[in-house]
Design a binder for this molecule. Structure first.
Ligand code: CMP
Length: 151
């Protein structure tokens, strides 16, 4: 099934000049960026995004981390995009991530784990709506699609 997922390149990604590198991995996989913007999350937005983690010991450091500088937020579309992107990310703790995954290649520390992506269809819907109006999501066809998918 063609799905949309929410992806956030966190402030460490922007500061470490890894935005292009990481986006190109999604592009090369055959996934399609259908919305994207650079934003500096305020505390309210960060708290909404991570409401599930409220009360956990890492919650405050997490909110501080994701509000510490600009992030790039995207909607990425493709076949089983939620699973595809989560697998590309690796484990939450970069040390447990295989080399070749994004966190396995670019991260060392859970509280600086480079990228966030939705973990289910419901979460993706909620997170996309939190950051994007429907009018900001662009439907288009890419020239390589017939080579990525069998029609
Ligand atoms: P993310 O995929 O964005 O989802 C929740 C985030 O909380 C996670 O990545 C990490 O940035 C952060 N976090 C920090 N410590 C932990 C922890 N012990 N377990 C899970 N997530 C953590």
């Amino acid at each position: 099934m063609i799905e949309r997922t929410f992806v956030m390149l966190k402030p460490d990604t922007v500061q470490r000049n890894l935005v292009g590198e990481i986006l190109s991995r999604f592009e090369r996989r055959g996934l399609k960026i259908v919305a994207m913007k650079l934003i500096w999350l305020d505390r309210n937005k960060a708290q909404e995004l991570y409401s599930l983690h409220q009360g956990k010991d890492f919650y405050e450091p997490l909110i501080n981390y994701v509000t510490s500088g600009p992030s790039v937020v995207c909607v990425i579309e493709g076949y089983e995009a939620i699973k595809a992107v989560r697998n590309m990310l690796g484990s939450t703790n970069p040390i447990d991530s295989n080399a070749g995954s994004i966190r396995g290649d670019y991260g060392l520390f859970t509280r600086r784990n480079v990228v966030h992506a939705s973990d289910s269809l419901e979460t993706a819907k909620r997170e996309i709506e939190l950051f994007f109006d429907e009018s900001e999501i662009v439907e288009y066809t890419k020239a390589d699609e017939k080579w990525v998918y069998e029609s």
